[in-house]
Ligand binder design. Sequence first.
Ligand code: ATP
Ligand code: MG
Length: 556
Amino acid sequence: MENVTESKNFIEQIIDKDLAEGRCGEVCTRFPPEPNGYLHIGHAKSILLNAGLAKEYGGKFNLRFDDTNPTKERVEFVESIKEDVKWLGADWEDRLYFASDYFEHMYEAAVLLIKKGRAYVSDLNAEEIRQYRGTLTEPGKDDPSCNRSIEENLKLFEEMKAGKYQDGEKVLRARIDMASPNINMRDPIIYRVAHMEHHNTGNKWCIYPMYDFAHPIEDAVEGITHSICTLEFEDHRPLYDWVVREVGYEHPPKQIEFAKLYLTNVVTGKRYIKRLVEEKIVDGWDDPRLVSIAALRRRGFTPESIQKFVELCGISKSNSSVDYAMLEYCIREDLKLKKSRVMAVLDPIKVVIDNYPEGQTEELTVINNMESPELGSHTVPFCRELYIDRDDFMEVPPRKYFRMFPGNEVRLMQAYFVTCNSFIKDENGLVTEIHCTYDPASKGGNSPDGRKVKGTIHWVPAPYAKQAEVRLYENIVDEELGVYNEDGSLNLNPNSLKVLNNCYVEPYAANAKAYDSFQFVRQGYFCVDAKDTTEDKLVFNRIVSLKSSYTLPGKK
Ligand code: ATP
Ligand code: MG
């Protein structure tokens, strides 16, 4: 038996201890996205971690929108986030919450702090507050407004709420310690004036709580026991604890930080993705070159592959980057046993089998997936005119080229042995048609007399194949130059998208629907594009190629 305790991550160990010592009963976690963009692979880690812990401990998982900043938030993002969280398999049941649902409660909490002498209204503007705050090496200076009477503070805060002041004219600050070595504790702003419409509360409020004040309250109100966030909030934890304590919640939530997930050569930051979208460098938040959840889904990734990936990444306290190839490894592993293999020709040349009877068609049976017999089989028609890939023919072959060339015999996958006799070129020297003869005795691609052929190539039957567009992807940023330039701009890879618009797939894949995926023999895994596929046009995205030199860390 494995030693279960040892294989637990540090968060599970904290939870075990809290349960053992009676600090919490039922484990409650949450995922608290700000609805200011689409979710990406990094968020998937947080979602699966939080939902996974709730499940593991038989507790609850909430989805809560941190919508305290009306400038950047949009309903479109709320909807996309819900869809993505659901797709990943995290179930919030009936616990969908919005921070804005608690605005009244937060307001009352602020009033309570004022009454306790723990908060005051400040007249300083943003620049002055910065100056008064001090630096890492110098303490801050007291705000001239910090000694206002409780009555005056209550009146001014009420006036802030009533709309008497312009944006930035007054703020509410927590009274903590201007000399604290932790700058977050130097009388942080907890409420600001912002005359803005909110996607949920409309024009009801013109004051909005700051994140560091709002977040602990949201957690406490929902009975969250373990509030898991990323490392950059470590220095905010004393303030988190201060808010929970001063407002006086009976069951204080505990903040735990873990390292963000970063991927090499990939753009994860919402800010950067947003820029690519706004500058129309990509085709929306779901462009398959991105690593937003919507993009991964569109490209053909599965929730299982992302779960596997997150699991392999593990949970840690120190920042590091994971190789993008590991994500590719996970999707390849997931699709390997689940998907049918079909033949597709991405750059067609016509092949005519001169000795095959004109007008004849035979149905050949092929196994869908040799490793998963339960996936069954399908048929592919064979006839006189086929397409093969341009790569699979050479007029003058180099050494060790075993595919088709004049005089050479090759196997057409699952079909027959054929020998190339001649070919036709157009005026530009491009080969347009190849003529072969086949050996009827080699049906199924089996040698009739023990003679061997070295090359096996895939093909599709020309009259029955379905035309399709195929999109091949590379990283959107240039791997050699690095993701970011010195000025913060992105080093874009000009070849990140290659569109092949005259491809053919065998009839079995012709009626594929959005998100269906296949292994295209020798080419990789491909998924039907959900956005651009129409009745008349079939579009495939390459999810991942078949091979990689990638090996799992720790494995040979
Ligand atoms: P970004 O920096 O990409 O804009 P964010 O942190 O601003 O992301 P939020 O909506 O505020 O996005 O985050 C929701 C939750 O997801 C937070 O708990 C945050 O810590 C977590 N999260 C964000 N990015 C990552 C990441 N790369 N890895 C793990 N968790 C993340
Ligand atoms: Mg954020």
